[in-house]
Design a binder for this molecule. Structure first.
Ligand code: ADP
Length: 339
């Protein structure tokens, strides 16, 4: 296994405002692999922005170690820090474009900062970026003349101008409508594959994690309460904070759900299916073989990064329960007893 691209070891961040201290992050240990899309989710105030700002050292940790690409980030001198920041692009919820500059000038800005001030090298790179992000016809427009999706494409083109290794995304779709959100997330997936770019994305929306991320960390009250592959964390959440976020994204009211479950007789199970198995006929044949009857209490089919999954909550009544469970297991269905 190659070493992780970014490594946070026992990181803490405390803000001091006057005499009060705000512990924004505590004992964070995370490893982010090169080439992955790593999501960080949590409610407002959980510490997501603080975590993201540590990675490009807009903030310094109060304690702990921060390593990236074999560099000890907190030990960098100003020149080293400038070099590191060039490896890291960033996009923002509100795009942060310069309103007095055209699309082409916005995209050229990081190149100028990096010392490529004029000439064919600058022109060629800007032309290439505008073409890649479908912005060529908008090159001379100003940000106020663009839609939200177009502005975020300019943000992405600008962030990638200096060919960074890492792209930090700060709630990149929170200001966009659902259709545009889908398009921007698809674009992030595409550039992750195309350039082997490592993406670290913070969001408060589970749907964003579901669509674009490989792994996710859940922050709650400044602590990382769960981390793992998206399918693991979303389909089998262990921490109450994760469960809350998942149920919220599925628009399930926990109290109402509890009432529904209480009304049904028999033991209750949650079945999770993944991949093509999601679409296979299952319940009828298992019920018949085991002589059990069932009632469906809730059900959902969705996708995680394009791979389908299904989750069903069932009450099983009568028959041979152990045969039913063995048959589910045989078909690769994950079964969890809820009651
Ligand atoms: P999130 O991005 O998850 O909403 P933040 O990282 O912005 O969380 O904030 C975590 C905590 O740190 C919050 O309590 C917030 O008020 C506090 N905080 C963030 N930035 C500052 C700052 N510059 N000064 C003081 N407190 C801050």
């Amino acid at each position: 296994m190659p070493p992780p691209l970014i490594e946070l070891v026992s990181i803490a961040k405390t803000y001091k405002t006057g005499k009060t201290e705000v512990p924004a992050l505590q004992d964070i240990n995370l490893e982010i692999e090169a080439g992955e899309v790593f999501g960080v989710i949590g409610p407002s105030g959980a510490g997501k922005s603080s975590l993201l700002r540590l990675i490009n050292l807009l903030e310094k940790p109060t304690s702990g170690r921060l390593r990236a690409d074999a560099l000890e980030l907190t030990a960098l001198n100003p020149a080293g820090l400038r070099r590191w920041r060039r490896q890291v692009g960033m996009i923002f919820q509100h795009f942060n474009l310069l309103t007095s500059k055209t699309v082409a000038e916005n995209v050229a800005l990081p190149l100028r900062f990096a010392g490529i001030r004029r000439g064919p090298e600058l022109r060629e790179r800007v032309t290439e970026l505008l073409a890649r992000f479908d912005l060529s016809t908008l090159a001379q427009r100003y940000p106020a003349q663009l839609s939200g999706g177009q502005k975020q494409r300019v943000g992405i083109a600008r962030a990638l101008a200096c060919r960074p290794k890492i792209l930090l995304c700060d709630e990149p779709t929170s200001a966009l409508d659902p259709q545009t959100t889908k398009a921007v997330l698809a674009l992030l997936n595409a550039i992750n594959r195309e350039f082997g770019l490592t993406i670290v994305l913070i969001t408060h929306e589970m749907d964003v994690i579901r669509q674009v991320c490989d792994r996710v960390a859940v922050l709650d009250g400044g602590r990382c309460v769960e981390v793992g592959p998206v399918a693991e964390v979303l389909l089998h959440p262990r921490h109450p904070a994760t469960r809350r976020l998942v149920l919220e994204s599925e628009k399930v009211d926990e109290t109402e759900q509890g009432k529904d479950l209480a009304q049904s007789g028999g033991p209750i199970f949650r079945l999770t299916l993944r991949g093509e198995a999601t679409y296979e006929p299952l319940l009828g044949s298992v019920a018949q073989a085991a002589g059990v009857d069932y009632s469906i209490l809730s059900g959902r089919i969705d996708r995680i990064k394009g791979v389908p999954y299904g989750q069903l909550t069932l009450a099983l009544v009568g028959g041979d329960l152990s045969t039913a469970l063995a048959q589910f297991a045989e078909r690769g269905v994950h079964v969890e007893r809820l009651r």
